[in-house]
Design a protein around this ligand. Structure first.
Ligand SMILES: O=C(O)C(O)[C@@H](O)[C@H](O)[C@H](O)COP(=O)(O)O
Length: 239
């Protein structure tokens, strides 16, 4: 494979592979190593994963890794406001592809609770996350071609609140007109402080989006992924 023509600022590491399965395995190894190391000195470790289609092979690879999963808290970066049986549910994705095998012993913390709309569930969702230690340990992000990550969509009316770096909120309801379902998302300050942050991407279109994001780094509300393109980030990509 020809190495993609993209320049990252100093401190961002990128790994390019030919096949999505290779990227998935490399990322799963890196995450498992990091969690193992954390668990050597901490009682529990946290792992935040994203929904969408890209993470499936990564989830499959990670679910085979031997580690003390019963001391790991797994949660999503964002959830869609649909039933768990709905094919659009990120919880369903995680249950089907990650929380099985070795990984079934992990504690799963949902971003959804009873209610007619996300706003009804926020207090209960936040209460369910209150035992998590900050900073979170591992955050795996995806990205859409509008520059969203998690459910930090540029067209959502709640975007400024969710992107407020000083906010003490953990979760925000998001209602982007571009999306078929409302969402609940972890906020920028919770996501961006993680000890290990990876951006997992598939497809050449995502590299073009990333180039756009890097070309004008300041306007984070126009492309929320920009807030995460900083030293320490590890990018994992395949066509
Ligand atoms: O639930 C979601 O939709 C996400 O967590 C979202 O931020 C996702 O990571 C990107 O939209 C990329 O999605 P793909 O992997 O499907 O391209």
């Amino acid at each position: 494979m020809k190495t993609p023509d993209i320049q990252f600022p100093e401190g961002i590491q990128a790994r390019f592979e030919d096949a999505p399965e290779s990227v998935a395995l490399i990322l799963a190894n890196a995450v498992a190593d990091f969690l193992r190391e954390r668990l050597a000195s901490a009682e529990r470790a946290s792992l935040v994963v994203s929904g969408g289609s890209t993470p499936v092979p990564f989830f499959e690879a990670l679910s085979n890794k031997a580690l003390d999963w019963h001391r790991v808290d797994v949660l999503l970066a964002d959830e869609r406001w649909v039933d768990e049986e709905d094919p659009a549910s990120n919880t369903r994705l995680v249950r089907d592809h990650l929380l099985k095998g070795e990984t079934a012993a992990a504690r799963y913390l949902p971003l959804k609770a009873e209610g007619r709309a996300p706003i009804d569930a926020l207090a209960r969702v936040s209460a369910g996350l209150k035992d998590l230690a900050l900073p979170l340990d591992v955050v795996i992000l995806g990205m859409g071609n509008d520059g969203h990550t998690a459910s930090l969509f540029p067209d959502a009316p709640e975007i400024a609140r969710a992107m407020n770096a000083q906010s003490s909120e953990w979760v925000v309801e998001m209602s982007p007109p571009s999306q078929p379902h409302p969402r609940i998302s972890l906020t920028r300050p919770i996501l961006e402080a993680a000890r290990f942050t990876a951006l997992h991407l598939k497809g050449r279109d995502k590299l073009e989006t990333l180039k756009r994001a890097l070309s004008e780094p300041e306007d984070v509300l126009a492309m929320p992924i920009r807030a995460f393109l900083k030293p320490g980030l590890q990018v994992f990509w395949s066509p």
